[in-house]
Design a protein around this ligand. Structure first.
Ligand SMILES: O=C(OCc1ccccc1)c1cn[nH]c1
Length: 245
């Protein structure tokens, strides 16, 4: 998978080259190119933003600069080849989910546009959408200073799903949310730590009882922390034993 990121803070994307993702890049599973948006400014101040039409606080990122940047980064899409997907992190975006991470993992190319200030002039999105799929995506209901942190999160969520990136692919299959529930509590040695013992069932070797216990803890935690996920489950997802909980 080829990933391009356009940002005014290229250094913010340095963590992409660390650890797991660094190894995936070294293995050639992913290529990451980070581009400085100011490359496409032509004024001495390298201005990337300007005052918002209609007034209001803050600044808006200028369309000319972004237009030239995306034209250059995406380049000419060879006929017959699918264009890349453009992902624009923003608090006003569609919520990013594990299902979307799987969708993105199936793409051969992703381009990320990192907004700052009050965002990017809407015409950049509207223009880009005429020649490639564009997703305005939120990673949560809070406001960051820029899209770079969101790009790190999205790239990590997507890259770990690519074959060969994770040492143990099984852990991607048993992800949180893979069955629509939150993961329950996990334990490892020692058996007792600061007077707290590991639940006996997990040391019983009774795999049926262990699976039941784990599902019960996942249901309890999901009901307590994310009733919205529980409500979203298809009715067939909960069996009789689940309902008895
Ligand atoms: O703050 C975010 O993105 C940076 C951004 C982009 C455009 C304008 C303001 C801020 C964000 C929050 N959840 N998901 C993304």
């Amino acid at each position: 998978m080829r990933i391009d990121v356009v940002t005014i803070f290229p250094g913010y994307l340095a963590p992409l080259r660390e650890a797991l993702l660094g190894r995936a890049i070294d293995a050639g599973l992913i290529s990451v190119a980070v581009h400085d948006l100011r490359t496409w400014t032509h004024d001495v101040h390298q201005a990337v933003d300007d005052a918002p039409y209609g007034g209001g606080p803050g600044m808006v990122m200028r369309p000319q600069v972004w237009g030239e940047a995306l034209d250059a980064v995406v380049g000419d899409v060879p006929s017959g080849e699918a264009p890349p997907r453009l992902i624009v992190p923003t608090p006003a975006g569609r919520p990013f989910t594990q299902a979307m991470a799987h969708e993105y993992a199936a793409e051969s190319r992703l381009v990320f546009a990192c907004g700052r200030y009050e965002g990017i002039d809407q015409r950049v999105i509207d223009d880009a959408a005429t020649w490639m799929p564009v997703d305005e995506v939120s990673i949560g209901d809070y406001v960051l200073v820029g899209g770079e942190v969101a790009v790190l999160a999205i790239v990590e969520a997507v890259a770990r799903l690519l074959p060969g990136v994770l040492g143990n692919p099984a852990s991607a299959e048993q992800d949180s949310f893979s069955d629509g529930l939150l993961e329950g509590p996990a334990y490892t040695r020692p058996e007792t730590w600061r007077g707290r013992a590991v639940p006996d069932v997990l040391r019983s070797g009774n795999h049926g009882a262990i699976a039941r216990w784990r599902r019960d803890r996942a249901l309890e935690r999901t009901a307590a922390r994310r009733p919205d996920l529980l409500a979203a489950l298809p009715p067939t997802a909960l069996d009789r034993a689940d309902r008895a909980l």
